[in-house]
Write a protein that binds this ligand. Structure first.
Ligand code: NAD
Length: 357
């Protein structure tokens, strides 16, 4: 198989963690007889420095002509004071909407080897944590109108939260289809006791439920969901929710699994071309120290193999190699515990290659 992958190394730890994922992809390519060609794309702070904007149109074009996109992370304190429309994260929003990837899927799964790293009580962790959050990614309040009016001291800021039935239906279908491949339980999360957009969300989800008779649909208010995720995460299989609620809940869900550095994500739209990235940011506090955990990025590459390239055997090989790395007692700093062997970012990548072999 020949694939062209757009690579966005980005800022902070982005280049270090992406490098490890590329080593893994190269090893998979040579072991299974594929050719992966990489196209470098500047996005984020590094693009602001080089091109004067976070995602120049020609860089977006490179992503739109690739078979998929792998991203490290963008942003950092150096660009905190640039105008809002020029911030590194704007590049990411532009990329997501340009690619039309409206569904962000984040697994919240605890690796048994890291059960001790969860901040939850053992009795809760022992019941199992294995669910997916399907988050709407290119609608809602992040993409509505934003404005601040009035003089300083009496200014009024407005952010519009808007969803159409069509937007809700297409993400709802991803939720139902995802549940169909798992334990067939879908929890729709909203705030229908307060928000009109949530009442519409709930109505559309229940209409869709008529087409998915094999899926058990439940509703939950977002504040209750935030509480249930720490009280009894074993109750969830698939959660489907809108953009901002999903942003917040998926960070909460990642934390209960131990480390933000371990979690991959995929963002997909109507085609097989996806955007794959770890869920964490550019971690400027540890950039350049070779201590970042590259596993979230490596597992994102595995998701790309599975979901965009339909290569389940190759994806399994990467995921099993990560499991073998943990089984052997190796840990990066963020998941380190007593008696384990601490390794840096590049050594972690090298060892995972050995386990692929
Ligand atoms: P962050 O995720 O970068 O870091 C939070 C904490 O987790 C830090 O202590 C960091 O050292 C640690 N951490 C994160 N990833 C790690 C890894 N792989 N291995 C070990 N430790 C890791 O969040 P933040 O500090 O709030 O944001 C830093 C910058 O990243 C900001 O500019 C923010 O806007 C940006 N950001 C980018 C993305 C993205 O590119 N998708 C996502 C979130 C935040």
């Amino acid at each position: 198989m020949n694939k062209n992958i757009a690579i966005i190394r980005g800022d902070g730890i982005g280049p270090e963690i992406t490098e490890q994922a590329l080593k893994v992809l190269d090893r998979i390519a040579s072991k299974y007889g594929h050719t992966f060609v990489y196209t470098d794309v500047d996005m984020g702070g590094c693009a602001i420095d080089k091109w004067g904007e976070p995602l120049p149109p020609e860089m977006l074009d490179k992503c739109l002509t690739a078979d998929s996109v792998l991203l490290g992370a963008v942003g950092g304190p150096k660009w905190n004071d640039v105008p809002a429309a020029m911030r590194p994260e704007k590049g990411l929003l532009k990329l997501r909407s340009g690619m039309g990837v409206y569904s962000n899927n984040r697994p919240a799964k605890i690796w048994p080897q890291l059960a001790g790293a969860s901040p939850l009580k053992k009795s809760i962790v022992d019941k199992g944590i294995d669910f997916i959050i399907v988050r709407e990614l290119i609608g809602g309040i992040y993409f509505g109108e934003h404005k601040t009016e009035g003089a300083e001291g009496s200014a009024v800021a407005t952010d519009i939260l808007k969803y159409s039935e069509e937007e809700i239906e297409r993400i709802g279908r991803i939720g139902f289809e995802t549940a169909r491949k798992r334990k067939k339980r879908l929890c729709s999360v909203e705030k229908s006791n307060v928000l009109d957009s949530s009442r519409l969300w709930k109505k559309v989800m229940h209409r869709l439920a008529g087409e998915y008779g094999d899926i058990e649909l439940s509703d939950m208010l977002v504040d209750n969901c935030a509480m249930q995720i720490v009280k009894d995460p074993s109750q969830f299989d698939v959660i489907v929710t809108e953009n901002m609620f999903g942003d917040i809940l998926s960070d909460e869900a990642s934390m209960i699994t131990g480390s933000i550095g371990m979690i991959p994500s995929s963002s997909l739209g109507a085609t097989s071309r996806g955007l794959y990235e770890p869920i964490h940011g550019s971690a400027p506090d540890i950039a350049g120290t070779d201590t970042a955990n590259p596993i979230g990025t490596i597992l994102s590459a595995a998701m790309m193999l599975r979901y965009s390239f339909d290569l389940p055997k190759e994806a399994d090989a990467v995921e099993n190699a990560v499991g073998a790395f943990l089984d052997a007692g190796y840990r990066t700093a963020d998941i380190m515990s007593e008696g384990m062997k601490r390794v840096g970012c590049s050594e972690c990548g090298r060892l995972i290659l050995e386990y692929i072999d």
